[in-house]
Design a protein around this ligand. Sequence first.
Ligand SMILES: [Zn+2]
Ligand SMILES: [Zn+2]
Length: 238
Amino acid sequence: MKVFKETLKREARRLLFPPRCPSCDELLAPDEQSFCKRCEPLIKKVRGNFCMVCGRLLKSADALVCPDCGKFPHIFSEGRPLYEYEGPVREAVYRFKYGGRKSYADAFAYDAMKLWGEWIKASADLIVPVPMNADKLKKRGYDQADVLAKAVSYQSGIEYSHALYRMKNTVPMKTLTRSERQNNLKNAFQVRNFDVKLRRILLVDDIYTTGSTLDACALALLDQGAAEVCGIYISIGG
Ligand SMILES: [Zn+2]
Ligand SMILES: [Zn+2]
């Protein structure tokens, strides 16, 4: 019944907001699921030789992890991006976050399943969005990571829960150094109203920067007994 209701809701939304290509923003043809045929060849999907931890593309053929993950071990186990962070993807993410283009979530979730579907199903039995803080949510009207997490849950059939809550944060993360960020992120998230014990969790976020946000979320989840925490994101920002 729950699945049926969710399908109806999604179909109604598709009528109101027909799916658009996240790159050129044109309406998608019925046989196009993520990017349109013109944009698809321009989008660089992450595949080949990538960091086993964060999923960043590697320059050296021998390395298993990127220099960043080699230097700073993470609390989450593994994370996977969908695309390289270049022109069309940057603009797509911008419109997804700030331009009201919630509908791109279905396109990104489609590619998430196409690229990492097997890995997602093997790694997770619960999908949890990295939550936005309440003030930002009020201003923007929606939480893009939450919309994306719901779309990945719908397309994978894996349970979704908004299990994490973001504590009030007054300092903008962008202005902080790595160590300041880490300090700021300790206790930044709390698990609420959901039993995550022994669950294998896939965190969903828009952009991975240093991984410190995923680590802080993983810390809160593992502290409440989660078995493992992985992550998926649209791209890795510079
Ligand atoms: Zn396009
Ligand atoms: Zn890495």
